[in-house]
Design a protein around this ligand. Sequence first.
Ligand code: 3HC
Length: 360
Amino acid sequence: MDSEEIERIAVLGAGNMGHGIAEVAALAGYTVTMRDINEEFVQNGYDQIEWSLDKLAEKDQISRGEADSALDRVTPVVDLSEAVGDADVVIEAVPEKMDIKKEVYREVAEHAPSEAIFATNTSSLSITELSEVSDRPEQFCGMHFFNPPVRMQLVEVISGAHTADDTLDTIEALAESMGKTPVRVRKDSPGFIVNRILVPLMNEAAWIVRGDDATVAEVDSTTKFDLGLPMGSFELADQVGIDVGYHVLEYMHQELGDAYRPCPLLAEKVEAENLGKKTGKGFYDYENGGADIPTDAGRDDVAERLLAVVANEVAGLVDADVADPDAIDQAVKLGAGFPDGPAKMADDHGLESLVETLDE
Ligand code: 3HC
């Protein structure tokens, strides 16, 4: 299918990412059905879109009329066949579990038109493996947005082993029509580009605190005010959803080895259902003011450790030929708002001391 033929988009999942993607698609003029498994979830997602559109209109980023018509273009539904029955593109953003996603694709394949493209917003899982349970592996690819989708510029477009070039071209053009910048990921590798950098960063932050080497405030002050990232490491974990980061780590651990073992601090938060902003509480309490990061509690040893992990992930991506340093820097700047790309940050800091820190 050509991108100009796309009119109707089905978004599966109305959570943090699903409702954000539905909003972005509706703002771009597409007719959107947003589906979740019950009325409460789907209504909650719809309310969040309304909140976000209001916020954008309040700040004059869009007009009130644009906000109203974008909301009118979104239909919240529970019935899967109704959601995908006449979709040109299905964007799936259901929980980050291989079994759940496979189950969804088996069912979607039964109801979607044969020419529809399936795009998964998975944060890390194998596109090839997911495509193989659908009935159209050639019309299947990754289309990975970043949280919050309405604010973050990047969309990673990921090919599976069976994806046709036409499919990738169409999805790239679709991302562009939504005002986003697509970056093509050369290899279907766990975490693709941006999460391969961010998720180990959040894990290392947790290990630092778990080992009593620094406090959450010190780590976040270092991340935000010394390294200059837009959010503290724990603030970011809360923004993304601690469960999402944890599931990505579990998968990376399984696929890439022990260096990616999730820190128990994250498991404890998931167990207690303190998942971050979306549940009102994570590392910070969002019912009582949210993240309040001191500007002056940064520490050089923490910066060194965080940067060493980031540099190591850059090296891993280059080594495995997933992306070159320029593409990594571009993706992380657009997807995670880093002022400088991680490869440049590592070079500026000096690789020798980072290697020593990694050895330690
Ligand atoms: N819609 C509309 N408004 C929103 C919003 C949304 N979805 N989310 C936040 N806002 C509003 C806030 O309510 C706030 O409004 P207020 O000022 O009235 O309180 C305002 O936006 C904040 O905007 P600012 O521009 O003032 O704030 P910042 O300059 O801090 O920017 C940010 C916010 C763009 C989120 C920035 O902090 C950032 O770039 N953070 C990094 C986020 C990131 O790394 N995302 C990627 C995570 S990884 C991922 O998603 C992949 C997944 O697979 C795990």
